[in-house]
Design a protein around this ligand. Structure first.
Ligand code: C2O
Ligand code: CU
Ligand code: CU
Length: 488
């Protein structure tokens, strides 16, 4: 029996629905509603945990550097990787890498990437969190044709340092394309960040976290809305890997690339995690905590000091954002750290990390309701409309500063809210001003549990054009929870 709480914590798409008039309608479990798979499904509980090394995502090198610009090429192609020990999994990848490549960019220096799509499906490559012109935004309708189409994206990098990532955004395809592997990391740095003396080089590690679901053959099973069955947790493209560390500070750039899974990350001994940054770069001051939460699409920049552990210590990173019907021994585990050596550590985490840009005075306020039909085959809406790529939902005057109140009006389903083009600020959550913690930074994606409301402020400047805002639970976006804003 799926309770409301269960569903709420699991990222539910559809288990029960409150009909008009408040009547509770029985609904088929979405997880069983999709097409039947013929081969047997791999039992996540049977996969040996912490049996493989967590790989590092490959850093992509430019093929050309000029005074102002770094030029890259990438090919979208099929590749087969060992994600679960002993099994081969066909994927859709950037350059055959899984985890996808890392691009290291600098504020004030352009990056130009030519993408060639050798896949059998159209794609659109979106740099999530980036401030870019519309024609390089990778919007849902700006497709690169399957079977050899190309497109060159230009990223001006005029924004401050930020933890960005890129992924497919082809309308109605992104959910499956991302599930099948199309993600990568884009770390934008600047002098503000560089001069702080944070852990760097081999001690600065991008980690992509997500879930997945497999056949015993190793093939992925993709079914929309079956998040409850995506029980294999991947860190950098391996199921439950281990990572060997020295007894010193490490910086982890965490990205939640899941379609629907929320993570609440905790060390097994509940010891300190120092969250130093979020989507749009560093927080003003470090946030010392024992749990770091990231919803799909969000990033967390976290320092862990392993010097508190003697060499030989093994410590697990757990996920406490699980539903009662889920197993803490399966989706409650993420990754295992093994402290294997000592190392010198000259890095620091300063008490002042950055000064945020001034907020400015808002001149426009708007309200957005996020809602989905909590039944299989239903739709999802922003202000009661499903996405229409030809309709402009919000007209914004160039240069305007606006306050957007966004509410999840669902009783069961969680959502989150992502805007293209801008990094925004979270002014309030559920009526309370946000004055401390991870939401004090620059954000592009915020979680919204059922009935939650956030008040966001953004300034729409830099580029004119049409951009989307949407729920970043990809299945919900594909069900219509997306809209267009036009800045002109
Ligand atoms: Cu990360 Cu519109 O997307
Ligand atoms: Cu985005
Ligand atoms: Cu949603």
């Amino acid at each position: 029996m799926i309770t409301r709480r269960t569903a709420l914590r699991a990222g539910v798409a559809a288990t029960s629905i409150v009909g008009t008039g408040g009547m509770l309608l029985p609904v088929v479990n979405a997880a069983t509603a999709g097409p039947r798979t013929t081969a047997a499904e791999l039992d996540a509980a049977g996969i040996t945990k912490f049996a493989q090394k967590m790989p590092l995502a490959p850093v992509l090198q430019p093929y050309l550097n000029t005074g102002s610009t770094s030029y890259y090429r990438m090919t979208l192609k099929e590749a087969t990787k060992e994600i679960v020990p002993g099994l081969k999994t066909p994927l859709r990848t950037f350059n055959g890498s899984f985890p996808g490549p890392v691009i290291k960019a600098e504020s004030g220096r352009r990056v130009v990437i030519k993408q060639t799509n050798s896949l059998a499906v159209p794609t659109s490559i979106h740099l999530h969190g980036a401030h870019v012109p519309q024609d390089s935004d990778g919007s849902p309708m700006d497709l690169i044709a399957a079977g050899g189409g190309t497109k060159t994206y230009t990223y001006p990098n005029t924004q401050p340092h930020a933890n960005l990532w890129f992924h497919d955004h082809a309308h109605h395809m992104e959910s499956e394309n991302v599930f099948r592997g199309m993600t990568g990391t884009y770390l934008l740095t600047d002098n503000i960040e560089r001069r702080l003396g944070l852990p760097s080089g081999q001690y600065d590690v991008p980690v992509s976290l997500r879930d997945a679901r497999f056949l015993e053959s190793g093939e992925l099973i993709y079914q929309m809305g079956d998040f409850m069955k995506r029980n294999v947790i991947l860190a950098n493209g391996k199921s439950w890997p281990f990572f060997e560390v020295a007894a010193r500070k490490y910086r982890f750039r965490l990205t939640n690339t899941s379609n629907q899974r929320f993570f609440g990350l905790r060390l097994a001994d509940d010891s300190e995690l120092v969250q130093i940054g979020t989507d749009g770069g560093l927080l003003p001051t470090p946030h010392r905590t024992n749990v770091v939460a990231i919803s799909p699409g969000e990033r967390a920049d976290v320092v862990i000091d392993f010097s508190r552990y003697p060499v030989g210590t093994v410590i697990e990173l757990h996920n406490n954002e699980i539903a009662p019907f889920e197993s803490a021994d399966v989706v409650g585990k993420v990754l295992q750290f093994r402290v294997t050596r000592t190392a010198q550590d000259n890095s620091v985490v300063p008490e002042r990390l950055r000064t945020l840009p001034p907020l400015g005075e808002a001149s426009v306020t708007r309200h957005f309701d996020m809602r989905m039909d909590e039944a299989p085959g239903g739709s999802a809406y922003i202000n009661d409309k499903t996405y229409d790529m030809d309709r402009i939902d919000t007209e914004i005057a160039y240069g305007a500063t606006e306050i957007w109140t966004v509410k999840n009006v669902n009783q069961i389903a969680p959502h989150n809210f992502h805007m293209h083009l801008v990094q925004f600020r979270v002014l309030e959550r559920n009526g309370q001003p946000v004055t401390s913690g991870p939401e004090t930074g620059l954000k592009d994606t915020v979680p919204l549990k059922p009935n939650e409301t956030v008040k966001l402020q953004a300034t729409f400047t830099g580029y004119r054009g049409t951009y989307v805002y949407h729920c970043h639970l990809f299945d919900h976006g594909a069900m219509g929870m997306m809209a267009n804003m036009r800045i002109s």
